[in-house]
Design a protein around this ligand. Sequence first.
Ligand SMILES: Cc1ncc(COP(=O)(O)O)c(C=O)c1O
Length: 495
Amino acid sequence: MNNESSATQSDVSMLAAVQPLVDALAGTCLDPKRDQYANGSPRATRNPAIFTKGSAPRDVTAYAGSGATVKVTVAGDATELIDLCSMTENTILGLNDPWVKLKQMSYLLSRRPHYVTIRLGYELYYRVANRILRRFERIAGEGEYVINMRECTGSGAVELALHAAWRTAASPGRRRLASFRGGFHGTNLGGILVSDHQPERGSGRVLLERAANVEVFPVPRVDQVGELTEDALATLTTLERDGDQYFAVILEPVPWRNSVHVVPTVFLERLREICTRKSICLIFDELQSGFGYTGAISFGEVCGVTPDISVMGKGLTSGHGALAIMVARRVYGEHQSPFGFKSNSGSMLSLVAVDAVLDRLLGLEPEDAGALPAWLPRDLAAELEAGLLSTTYPQTVAMIDELFGELRLRFPSLAGPSTGLGLMRGLVMLGTDGRPSPHLAAEAARVCLAHGVHVRQADAAIFVKPCIVISQSEIDQALVGLTRTFEDVERLRMA
Ligand SMILES: Cc1ncc(COP(=O)(O)O)c(C=O)c1O
C-alpha cells in the first residue's frame, strides 16, 4: 500500500468507537483534549536549573505527534518537525501508533494485572517470548535459543550478556573481550567498559576507568572490490591466534557512529567461523538495528550469520514502555542471581507494546486475524494482515533512496556517499577539499531543527533513521527542510 495513506496517520481518539469514552471524559481533568500538563504551579514552570546538567528538556517543546511528524513550539510559536531519527532511534512505528495504543487501551480496560511481581508468572511473557524466538529459529534450529525479558534498559541487557558470556567461558583463563572502534554499548559499568565511544575519555568514571582485558579492534571494512581490508584481516588473524584467551566478541552490526557503517557480511561469516571453532561467544548488540530497522527483527535474518547472544531494546516497544531483552543460545542461558532478575521488570504494558509492535511489523497471529474490530480503519487492518516489513519497509527504503538521490543532485559538492542499510542511513558531508567532514555533519544536525527537520550527526555523516511508516508528504517536507539546511551548511563552508 502507498505510504501516503499510512494507517499511522489515524488518531485513536478520533475513531468513532472510542468517541463515547473521549466524550465521557470531556471537560474533566481527564479530558484527553485538555493540555493537562502545561499549566502547573510556578514551581512546575520551565526551570532548567532543577535538572542535572544536560537532562533538562530542550527549548523546542513537543506537544503532539503522529508518524514522523512532531508538533512543537519554539519560543512559544507552534510549528512542525519531521523527525528523521524516529524520536532519536526509538520509535520504529513513529509517534502514536494507533494499534499499539489500542492494544494498550484494551489491556488498561481489563482486570488483568498491570504489574506482575518477579515471583509470579503471566501468560504474556510466554506469548511474546515465543513470537521472538520463532524469528531466531528461522536462522537456527528449533529450541536453539532462550530469552531473558527482565531488563529495562539496553545497558542492563548488554551487561547481562557480558555476564552470561563470562560465566560460560570455556576456561577460567579466558578473560579477554574484543570490541570495535566507535562502538557504544551502554551507560552502566559493563556497557562503558566495553565501549570505545567515550566522549570524555580518561575523565574518571564509576569505580573503574578502563578494563585492561578489553581489546578494541578497527572497524571491519571491505575495500572497493569487496575484499576485507588489511585491518579487518589482521583482526581475524589475532582472534584466530589468541582465540583461547577470548571469552567474547561484542559488536554492533550497524555501528552507526562510524558514519553509519555496516559490518560486511563476509567479515561476520569469518568471525562466526572463528568464534565457533575457538568457543568464543559472539554478541550482536542490536539495540539500534533490531526490531525492523534493517528489514527484520534480528540482523541475523538479514546477513545469515547467527550470533550466540543478541541484545535488543528501543524499537522493541516503539517507545511505549521500557524493556530490553537478551536472546542467547541455550548454553549461554545460565546466569547467577542477581543478574537477569531486575525487580522492576514486571511492566505488563511494555510487554503488550512488544506484542503490538510484532503485530505491526510481522502481521497478526492467526487467531487474532479473524477477530479484528469491524470499525478498524481499512488501511490499518490491511497493514496488520500483511505486516509492515513485507509491504511498507521496501517502499520506505526507496523513499529514503530518492531523498538522498535528490539531495546529492542539488548539492553535488556537499552531499557525498550514502551509507548504511535499510532504515539506518547516513549521508556523508564533504568539505571544500572533497573530504568527509564531521564538522559539517555536526553543523547540519545543529541547524536542521530551525528548518523543521530532525537528523543526528554520525561522525562525518548526517544520521537518518526514520520510522517505517513515514509518508511521502513527510519525506517531501523533510526534503524542503534539508535543502534549506544544506544551503546554510554550504554558506558556513564558504565562510
Ligand atoms: C548500540 C547500543 N547499545 C547499548 C545502548 C544502551 O541502551 P540504553 O540507553 O537503553 O541503556 C545504546 C544506547 O543508545 C546503543 O546505541
